[in-house]
Design a protein around this ligand. Structure first.
Ligand SMILES: NC(=O)c1ccc[n+]([C@@H]2O[C@H](COP(=O)([O-])OP(=O)(O)OC[C@H]3O[C@@H](n4cnc5c(N)ncnc54)[C@H](O)[C@@H]3O)[C@@H](O)[C@H]2O)c1
Ligand SMILES: O=P(O)(O)OC[C@H](O)CO
Length: 342
């Protein structure tokens, strides 16, 4: 059955997911802020700034009118950056159909409250809509999804019915959608891996090799799992698509904005210059800030996050950061196998 789908946010991820819905036979209403960009989508069927050189389906119609895009639609997908999620959700909330299937695909935290995106959304929509909210996570660069390159993701929700509906709506021959009931885990893993991707880019920018990258991925996974479990996630989720899957893709891909930002920082560029040069959302920077605060609040050891926080916000150089990490006291690899050495 062909549905009217609203996609909110026309950066790379919103545009790629709009394309998945269009390929699945749905009519997509894509909300974007920039009128020139909307006209470009409607007349030339391209989103030149975010996904250049790719022709979009004529079943994707862009508009800058948020109310019109959302009003009465049976499916609404949010793909705005984390810093915009509360304001955008607040604005569209009165126009949501009471039975809407609401999905979000954003990976980050709200800085001020340290809340996950689903917690932020739940505070802005009706309890019935919040109950059925679906989170989409997993290893999926927009640049590859738009080219229909085989991709796997995971959907999760407190409502099994909504989770299965989202799976059916999004799945196709190149976009394989798994379900996982661990919403907290999938959401946390997807957000926290961006910190480690910054570190992996930095390691490459400093000229280090594969050993350093493997160390960052493995020890990074250990510490983001530690925080996730403390915040209510299932450890196994971190061994799945939203965890190790997304960690691998973000730490090793040329498409990753977080890896690229880390690379430039590793080469000695200051943070403000790097962010200006990127021109796209680099969630890992804000997420490092949030995770540093969460780790301190929850008393969870996160050495890589702590060092990255110092590099990003306190003037520690990347090389000093590496020395700090490598110079820490002796310890066991796995705290689950016994207490740390003293
Ligand atoms: N790009 C990917 O491959 C990918 C994959 C999975 C998840 N994500 C996640 O999706 C989210 C969006 O990322 P993206 O890659 O599409 O970002 P992007 O940088 O490509 O685009 C960001 C979009 O958000 C809009 N925007 C910026 N500030 C806004 C505001 N205050 N209010 C409303 N809109 C605003 C911009 O105009 C732009 O359309 C992020 O959380 C990211 O981690 C991205
Ligand atoms: O380009 P990045 O670093 O924001 O990563 C995008 C996605 O999270 C990859 O799954």
């Amino acid at each position: 059955m062909s549905l009217e789908v609203a996609v909110i946010g026309a950066g790379s991820w919103g545009t790629a997911l709009a394309s998945v819905f269009a390929d699945n036979g749905h009519r997509v209403h894509l909300w974007m802020r920039n009128p020139k960009q909307a006209e470009e989508v409607n007349t030339r069927h391209v989103n030149e700034k975010y996904l250049p050189d790719v022709r979009l389906s004529e079943n994707i119609v862009a508009s800058t009118d948020l109310q019109e895009v959302v009003h009465g639609k049976p499916v609404v997908l949010l793909a705005v950056p984390s810093h915009a999620m509360r304001a955008v959700t607040r604005e569209l909330s009165p126009h949501l159909h009471p039975e809407v299937l609401l999905i979000h695909a954003t990976k980050g935290f709200e800085m001020e409250s340290l809340k996950r995106m689903s917690e932020v959304i739940a505070e802005e929509v009706s309890p019935a809509v919040a109950e059925g909210l679906v989170v989409l996570s997993g290893p999926s660069h927009a640049e590859e999804v738009i080219l229909r390159s085989p991709t796997t993701v995971v959907v999760t929700s407190a409502s099994e019915d909504r989770m299965l509906r989202a799976q059916v709506l999004l799945m196709n021959s190149y976009f394989r959608v798994y379900t996982n009931p661990d919403l907290i885990g999938a959401e946390l893993a997807g957000a926290l891996k961006n910190i480690i991707a910054l570190g992996a880019g930095m390691s490459d920018g400093l000229g280090f090799g594969d050993n350093a990258k493997a160390a960052l991925l493995t020890r990074g996974l250990a510490e983001i799992t530690r925080l996730g479990v403390k915040l209510g996630a299932m450890p196994l989720t971190f061994a799945g698509l939203a965890g190790i899957g997304d960690l691998v893709v973000t730490c090793t891909s040329k498409h990753s904005r977080n890896w690229r930002a880390g690379y430039l920082l590793g080469q000695g560029k200051p943070l403000d210059e790097v962010l200006e040069q990127m021109g796209m959302v680099v969630e890992g920077v804000r997420t490092t800030n949030a995770a540093y605060a969460l780790a301190s609040r929850e008393e969870v050891s996160m050495p890589i996050t702590t060092v990255l926080y110092r590099i990003l916000f306190e003037g520690t150089s990347p090389r000093q950061g590496v020395e700090e990490l490598m110079g820490r006291g002796r310890t066991r690899e796995n705290e689950y196998l016994g207490p740390y050495h003293t």
